[in-house]
Design a protein around this ligand. Structure first.
Ligand code: ADP
Length: 509
């Protein structure tokens, strides 16, 4: 006779309960925990079968013993469970839809906060009288199974959330790296795994430097070092790196997220665009120059006298050619003067702004029918500056040209220069269409034009102001506008009177 067989029924019950508790405590959210202890419960009761059924995901069906096939009857079981009152029910009537061979049974729905999670059911082949100790065992088993079911459910939810997080990270096409507060690697998304040729599993716990193999990226999380504006990977992709500290509600540092924004595509487009601009501007210039030469010969009567109509048409042709030449020059300048991507070396010389402004206004083509009043004023204290005269002239021509374009007939334009606070300010003021505050914000960006009907009627490329600001910035200064819609605008260019912009005493001699 074995030890188990000589135990009294109460002793057995206590032993089974002790075992169950320790199993649930040791592996609280494991499906594998359930099967062995249902076996112990069945043995202790001498039951035909004992079942634990969890309806919701993760669906779990554990039946110890024979005589009950739960899987095909889930819908009926679920419906029945809803009708069973909470707590252990002895010899409940089983609905006819459920096929089961049992003479006696005890059943209890597994409920968490009014949600039906599942069913605990024990059955006997013959009529069974439930002893006190048996109902105690069943009630405790039911309670433990409820805990297990809740834990399983939470584990499932947690795993689903974790999986969702991973899927979300992987769906981001830019490389993304998560570090813990000690800057040890926690996770890379798929794009980062591809760039750094390492999997999350291999990288976990390593330092950022070990993974990215780039000191300039690795030092980003120190916070004190300015991140590199761009980073080029070994396989020649260009990224803009950005690092963000993640803090909890109390401001405690929890993690770092490093994102590398892939701008390879834009870089390539930009290069193509610059190349395109170069070809267009170069290839357009030669025929334009030839056209201008021939049209001027016609206009001057060098190939025979023109009648009035012919004169008129030739002047129209010339004005069209001038417009196109200006556009081509702007395309060229926008590429060359761009502080970010331009390759134009400043060619400094002594510039007399007074002379320059007068020359610009004298040479500017003003449509006769517009009858604009254009004045030039240069304050006495404006010094000779050491600047790129060609660049500066192109910038101011653009401002004057705009003032003429966007000021209706009879308007007034003032072109001026003054010196204050150790800088020279050139400004062009008009009483034309004006620009509202929202539109002013992006005016100096490439190809930006005011989207108002009265502006659209006037031809333009949106490059002029981009050149103006680029030129000012290349001289260490800036450009801006003050304007009121319907009243007029003043465009300013500021050149600081310091560094290479000043004409030194030696140079003056
Ligand atoms: P565009 O070739 O279109 O004139 P710009 O870069 O020189 O390009 O100017 C950008 C836009 O700013 C213009 O399209 C116009 O809408 C607005 N703008 C520029 N100068 C003036 C001005 N003096 N008055 C009103 N609007 C102006």
């Amino acid at each position: 006779m074995t030890q188990a067989q000589i135990l009294t029924q109460d002793d057995q019950t206590i032993a089974v309960i002790g075992d169950l508790i320790s199993r649930v405590a040791a592996a609280p959210a494991s499906e594998n925990t359930i099967s062995p202890f249902l076996g112990r419960v069945r043995a202790a009761l001498g039951a035909q079968w004992v079942a634990f059924i969890q309806f919701e995901e993760p669906r779990v069906i554990v039946v110890d013993g024979d005589g009950f096939d739960a899987a095909p009857q889930m819908t009926a079981l679920k419906a029945w469970a809803k009708t069973i009152p909470a707590g252990l029910q002895i010899n409940s009537v089983v609905p006819t839809e459920i096929t089961v061979s049992a003479m006696s049974s005890a059943v209890a729905p597994i409920i968490n906060q009014s949600e039906q999670l599942g069913l605990f059911w024990v059955a006997f082949g013959q009529q069974h009288d439930f002893a006190q100790s048996e109902t105690t065992l069943l009630k405790l088993t039911h309670e433990l199974l409820t805990i297990l079911a809740i834990n399983l459910r939470e584990k499932e939810n947690h795993e689903a959330t974790a999986q969702l997080n991973i899927s979300l990270l992987n769906s981001i096409s830019d490389p993304l790296i998560i570090l813990d507060h000690d800057q040890r690697l926690l996770r890379l998304n798929r794009a980062a795994e591809a760039v750094f040729h390492i999997t999350t599993d291999q990288a976990q716990g390593k330092s950022l430097l070990d993974v990215v193999q780039s000191p300039e990226l690795a030092t980003m999380s120190s916070g004190s070092i300015k991140p590199p504006a761009e980073w080029v990977s070994p396989d020649e992709k260009t990224f803009v790196p950005h690092i963000e500290a993640v803090r909890d509600d109390n401001g405690q540092l929890e993690a770092w997220v490093l994102v590398l924004r892939d701008i390879t595509h834009y870089k390539r487009l930009n290069r193509n665009q610059s190349e395109f601009m170069r070809i267009v501007s170069h290839d357009l210039r030669s025929p334009l120059t030839a056209m201008q030469g021939f049209a001027s010969m016609l206009e001057l009567g060098l190939v025979g006298e023109l009648n009035e109509k012919q004169q008129h048409f030739v002047s129209k042709i010339l004005s069209g050619i001038n417009q196109m030449t200006g556009l081509v020059e702007n395309i060229q300048d926008a590429g060359r003067y761009d502080p970010q991507s331009g390759f134009y070396e400043l060619s400094r010389s002594q510039c007399d702004l007074g002379d320059m402004l007068r020359r610009i206004v004298d040479n500017q083509l003003v449509p006769a029918e517009k009858q604009l009043n254009i004045s030039v004023s240069v304050a006495d204290n404006v010094p000779i500056i050491n600047a790129d005269a060609t660049m500066l002239e192109r910038a101011i021509i653009n401002l004057v040209d705009n003032a003429i374009k966007y000021t209706p007939t009879g308007g007034k334009i003032e072109v001026a220069a003054k010196s204050e606070n150790n800088e020279v300010i050139v400004y062009v003021r008009d009483n034309g269409l004006g620009i509202n505050t929202d539109d002013q914000a992006h005016l100096f960006e490439r190809h930006v034009r005011v989207a108002r009907q009265e502006h659209k009627k006037i031809k333009g490329s949106g490059l002029g102001l981009f050149i103006v600001r680029s030129v000012a910035q290349r001289h260490g200064g800036d450009a801006w506008v003050e304007s009121t819609l319907g009243t007029g605008s003043t465009f300013y260019v500021r050149i600081p009177l310091d560094g290479p912009n000043i004409v030194t005493a030696a140079a003056k001699e």
